[in-house]
Ligand binder design. Structure first.
Ligand SMILES: [Fe+2]
Length: 347
């Protein structure tokens, strides 16, 4: 790659990363796949997506799917302007799986299909994923901030209480697991207030539920798995990719796979639409913070023990950014390994 990682926000080599100091996250991690569009949204007519201000045009030509920096009719004429992201060819590496078209952001020579994040509850070949489970929304905030908001599962009790239930419960346990490419938060709640969406549409009659919620983040891809087990109630299977379009804008083409829910249960069709409401609630909190998020400031970054996942997320993102600033883009941990066990997935 010719382009350098933005060093302004990355600590210099040897400089300690303090967990207590507010340090902005470098946005621009390279050598990663982004799920830029639903497969079903890509046809013969080109569609445009944006990743870190870079244009990505997608289209089909018979059985082949294409991704390029330029419109297909301009591709030949513009080839001399092609960037290092396409190795000067104008064409991005591309893979279709889990119902998405994924394009590579980084050095095309480093693109390998086995670097696509594992999503246990979506069919790898993308076949049979109902369209009602696929909905697109936006966050008016930086993608890492949107991810950081998400990995704090406890925020839902306050911000989304009218959808997924409030903070009332008898006991709460939070566990955080990580490697160099992923972070996973597991939250277990005993006798938690029933999610209103399940009470209204999911046929849950009880007042309390036993809840086990998991968020797993694939750091470079800004992609999250949200998996919840609710008893009584249905399991919630959400693939939540935050694609960084611009500094303060995130595209979320999510898949809320409710195909496990009984056809007679309205929850199956209502729950995928809940993010229209939920994403506005998230955006209302993260959008005002987004301009500040990218700037360093001397203020101490105070936090409680429940913020462990968010703190760890920052540390891990900075560690990746630091390595990339030194020219090290290699993966030290495997993101395509089956994570069913870690998230407690029940088939
Ligand atoms: Fe949220």
């Amino acid at each position: 790659m010719n382009e350098q990682v933005n060093l302004k926000t990355v600590p210099h080599e040897g400089e300690a990363i303090s967990k207590r100091d507010w340090v902005p996250i470098n946005l621009d991690l390279r050598d990663t796949w982004f799920p830029v569009a639903y497969s079903a949204d890509v046809g013969t007519r080109p569609v445009r997506r944006v990743v870190h201000n870079q244009d990505v045009y997608l289209w089909r030509d018979g059985a082949a799917v294409h991704a390029a920096e330029f419109r297909p009719d301009r591709l030949e004429a513009m080839r001399s302007c092609a960037s290092a992201f396409t190795g000067g060819s104008g064409r991005y590496p591309i893979v279709e799986c889990y119902g998405y078209v994924w394009t590579w952001y980084g050095d095309p020579d480093h693109a390998h299909e086995e670097l696509i994040p594992n999503i246990p509850f979506l069919p790898r070949d993308g076949q049979g994923i109902p369209r009602y489970t696929q909905r697109a929304v936006r966050f008016d905030a930086a993608s890492p901030l949107s991810v950081e908001n998400l990995i704090d599962l406890t925020h839902a009790d306050f911000l989304h209480a009218d959808v997924v239930g409030d903070e009332k419960m008898d006991k709460e346990t939070v566990e955080v697991f990580h490697d160099s490419e992923t972070i996973t938060m597991v939250r277990s709640c005993v006798n938690k207030s029933v999610a209103p969406v399940m009470k209204l549409f999911g046929g849950v009659k009880a007042d309390v539920q036993q809840v086990r919620q998991v968020i797993r983040i694939y750091l470079r891809s800004h992609a999250a798995i949200a998996y919840g087990r609710f008893s009584p109630g249905d399991n919630v299977q959400l693939f939540h990719p935050c694609v960084p379009e611009t500094r303060d804008r995130t595209r979320l083409d999510y898949t809320m796979n409710t195909s496990n829910v009984k056809k007679s249960n309205p929850f199956r069709y209502v729950m995928p639409k809940a993010s229209y409401k939920v994403s506005r609630q998230d955006s209302s909190m993260t959008s005002p913070q987004s301009p500040r998020y990218m700037h360093s400031e001397p203020r101490k970054d105070l936090h409680s023990p429940l913020d462990e996942a968010g703190q760890k997320y920052r540390v891990l993102m900075l560690a990746l950014a630091e390595r990339q600033a030194r020219g090290d883009f290699a993966y030290r941990d495997n993101v395509s390994t089956d994570c069913s066990e870690i998230i407690g997935y029940q088939k």
